[in-house]
Design a protein around this ligand. Structure first.
Ligand code: ZN
Length: 486
């Protein structure tokens, strides 16, 4: 089943892709987790009912391109089985497998969305195949084609030359014109279940002579989130790190994943609003070499799991939901842009205010931001009709530099209670906040400190505190705006 003969230089040069390339399915029987599609295609080949255009839809790494190539082989195989399976050994199959077949044309629309290519596509499609029975176009990420290219493609699909088959693949059907979709036979590839991925990883490791704990492969399978290609790349990465003995801990170390206890502990303190403890734990995880983008995602996963168990307890569920909302942002945006640590620290500060809050704005709980909700001592939640004196959130949008920290009440500060990051309750004066701004800054971590140190309590209008951010800190400003409107 392994095919080490594929003369693919990149497979040699890039060890991270070696397993994926070597274990790529070469026949219908080797495609995992997509049985209904494979069976349909195999039957179509066997009964000679190949259509002119197929649309393969599904998440990345679920076998769309591999299946497209196998279909191209099956269509052109010189020695095809009764069941529609390509032999994978005849000249046509081998040429296609090695990427040498002139009549199997793979186009990555993500990098070829241009008009010239569209024209070229039409011209070439009209000529007869050079060496195979039928010419097969495999257009990957077809949603990325330019409008011109789509038009050219549409014309071809409307009146396809007999010798041409199009296999269009996409992760995003919403961006494929309906006129194209309606002229194709659509197949939806599903995310692979964890056990299916783990089973293939087990086959791979035993064939490669690697000792792997089932828990380790299970973890890789879960991390791959339904994509076999990601799972195989991850396995490569772990093997490069751990050698021939793959354990769960080596998977965690290789991908910078924190263990479940650490995640559970961090989530506990976040939900409890214990900011200093949370900041310390974030620093510890970072020092231990954990990828904080991953940590945010782990927090989200664990939080979602808990949400199901605490759903009956509305208060806990709401606090947890607030943390979840924040961590899911940190997990996606943060991981992508390499500032997950900062985002996590901001969450810790947001959800946990150690500063005293003496009263709370009577605002419906469902509308309260994570900041306000978590800062609220639950037993003291006042049911007094404070709402009467509460002004509606300011209608004005944020101006260029200053930013409202949160919509709040027009209640004059009666008692010094500087809570500029938790703008609810009775309000201190602007001078008090300015005077004690250093305390707020001091509680922040080394990463956050310089950022909020640079902003200044700018204006206090009733209970509306405006922070001034220096130029070039739009990111932080954006975060505060988002938060205040959450
Ligand atoms: Zn063949």
């Amino acid at each position: 089943m392994t095919d080490p003969t594929t003369p693919d230089q990149t497979a040699v040069a890039d060890p991270r892709r070696a397993i994926y390339r070597r274990w790529r399915a070469q026949r219908f029987a080797e495609v995992v987790g997509q049985d209904p599609i494979v069976n349909t295609l195999r039957r179509a080949v066997a009964t000679d009912r190949i259509v002119h255009a197929y649309l393969f839809v599904g998440p990345r790494g679920t076998g769309k391109t591999s299946t497209a190539r196998i279909l191209a082989k099956a269509i052109n195989c010189l020695n095809r089985g009764e069941d529609g399976e390509p032999c994978d050994t005849c000249a046509a199959c081998v040429a296609i497998r090695d990427g040498r077949a002139l009549d199997v044309i793979e186009i990555d629309a993500a990098s070829h969305g241009l008009v010239e290519d569209a024209r070229d596509l039409v011209m070439r499609a009209l000529t007869a195949p050079a060496d195979l029975r039928r010419r097969v176009y495999i257009i990957d990420e077809v949603h990325m084609l330019s409008p011109h290219a789509f038009n050219a493609l549409l014309k071809l699909i409307e009146e396809p030359p007999d010798h041409v088959v199009f296999i269009l693949a996409t992760t995003d059907t919403h961006r494929v014109p309906p006129t194209i979709i309606s002229r194709t036979q659509r197949h939806d590839f599903r995310r692979l279940p964890t056990d299916v991925i783990a089973a293939k990883l087990t086959r791979i490791t035993s064939a490669e002579g690697v000792t792997a704990d089932p828990e380790a492969l299970e973890l890789i399978a879960r991390l791959a989130d339904g994509g076999m290609r990601d799972a195989e790349s991850l396995l490569d990465q772990v093997m490069a790190y751990a050698g021939d003995r793959v354990e769960e801990s080596s998977v965690r170390d290789a991908v910078g994943l924190a263990d479940e206890e650490a995640i559970g502990g961090l989530l506990d303190v976040l939900v409890a609003g214990a900011a200093p403890d949370a900041l310390q734990r974030i620093a510890d995880l970072s020092d231990a070499g954990r990828d904080l983008g991953q940590v945010a995602q782990q927090l989200e996963t664990e939080g979602r799991r808990r949400l199901l168990t605490v759903a009956a307890d509305a208060a806990s569920a709401r606090r947890l939901a607030a943390v979840l909302r924040a961590t899911s942002e940190a997990g996606t945006a943060g991981a992508r842009e390499g500032r997950a640590r900062l985002l996590l620290e901001l969450i810790a500060i947001d959800v946990g205010s150690p500063l005293p809050v003496t009263a709370s704005v009577a605002k419906p709980a469902t509308e309260m931001s994570p900041v306000q909700r978590s800062a609220e001592p639950p037993p003291k939640k006042p049911a007094t009709p404070r709402a009467a004196s509460v002004a509606p959130p300011p209608a004005l949008g944020p101006v260029a530099t200053p930013v409202e920290s949160a919509p709040a009440a027009e209640i004059p500060a009666a008692k010094p209670s500087p809570a500029p990051v938790v703008p609810n309750g009775e309000r201190p004066s602007l001078e008090t906040i300015r005077g004690r701004w250093g305390e707020v800054v001091e509680r922040a971590s080394p990463v956050v400190k310089p950022l909020i140190k640079e902003c200044r309590p700018y204006q206090l209008d009733g209970a509306r505190l405006t922070l001034a951010f220096p130029e070039g800190r739009e990111f932080l400003r954006g975060r505060v705006v988002e938060r205040s409107r959450a």
